[in-house]
Design a protein around this ligand. Sequence first.
Ligand SMILES: [Zn+2]
Length: 433
Amino acid sequence: METPSKTDNASNPTRNANHHQQPDDGDLDSPASDRVSRQNRPRKRKADVLPFKVGMRVSCRWRDGKFHPVKIIERRKVHDGGPNDYEYYVHYTEFDRRLDEWVKLEQLGLDSVENVAEKEKSLKMTRHRKRKIDEINVKGHEELDAASLREHEKSTKVKNIATIELGRYEIDTWYFSPFPPEYNGCLKLYFCEFCLNFMKRKEQHQRHMRKCDLKHPPGNEIYRSGTLSMFEVDGKKNKVYGQNLCCLAKLFLDHKTLFYDVDLFLFYILCECDDRGCHMVGYFSKEKHSKESYNLACILTLPPYQRKGYGKFLIAFSAYELSKKEGKVGTPERPLSDLGLLSYRGYWTRVLVKILKQHKSDISIRELSDLTGIMAVDILTTLHSLELIRYRKGEHSISTDPKVLDRHLEATGRGGLEVDVSELVWTPFEEQD
Ligand SMILES: [Zn+2]
């Protein structure tokens, strides 16, 4: 990779023209030259480093008005601009990839150039692991190895669709999604909120909405309580719907590999229902026959419906009610998205702490697993992170101190919406025709 070096500087006409006035500016990195040439430096610097190259690390003014470190992921020419006029696609190294975006040169801090493209490979992993999402520390990539992480980030580096229209919402997307090539370059896509067909133009969409006779997801309604409904969609019977759903979901999930192989999956679509129809708020998918006891493959709450307890509802529905009906203990497939993991940790904590509060006497991991349908390893990890488990003389004991338990329960926040088991009308897949 090309880097701005002293050799480059020497051949730079702007620099040579000023040379007699700035004899001390021979070393751009020397503090002494900083003091001497401060006046002319920004412009000279700019000429030296522009255009920025992919892989460079600079700082960028974010929506909070402050500068944050970024890495340049991609660049593109500005329409009608000069030879060095580019826009830059940047990743904020402190934040999740969903905040990656195209920025103009004015937003970038010219004094912060640091080219670390290759030399920081090992460091890069550490940074990825330390990424912050909003104010919450969640590790999103911890279960991907370095090679697959690099491969993934290479193929999905730039968001392709910026916004979608779905029902009454216009939603900004978070990640790349592999829509068919003819949709490349569409900044906005229009979805039918019922069949999930997507269109490039508003008129096409309006025409479709007049014709489309679906008012809810295809498939069986297996749960209804109040205005909430859950539909079970067989990926084999509704292949196009399944594929559309996967393309839509990938816009909001960083890691997801299932796209066209939807036959082997069931999709559970959670809807808010009113007189206009059943509007999808989120979903989870599940392999029909999982050898690894996965009771959930993907989980997503659409952004307009987040922070309302739907994530925990979906988890409770999948991990608990379905697994319990099937008489199985289950666990979600990895890697989980950052928000998925956050929801799971909250759900597991809540379920386990509630049971521990009721059980004053000793209870084993095995008993907890039988009672909850949660896999033993997930129980152990959760109790560990809550510091509720202690090892003594080769045996573990679980703390049931009510004060400590109450504190944890409080910290998990609202419990979300409860699954009303009596409203569940469902037979496990094996028993269906
Ligand atoms: Zn439709």
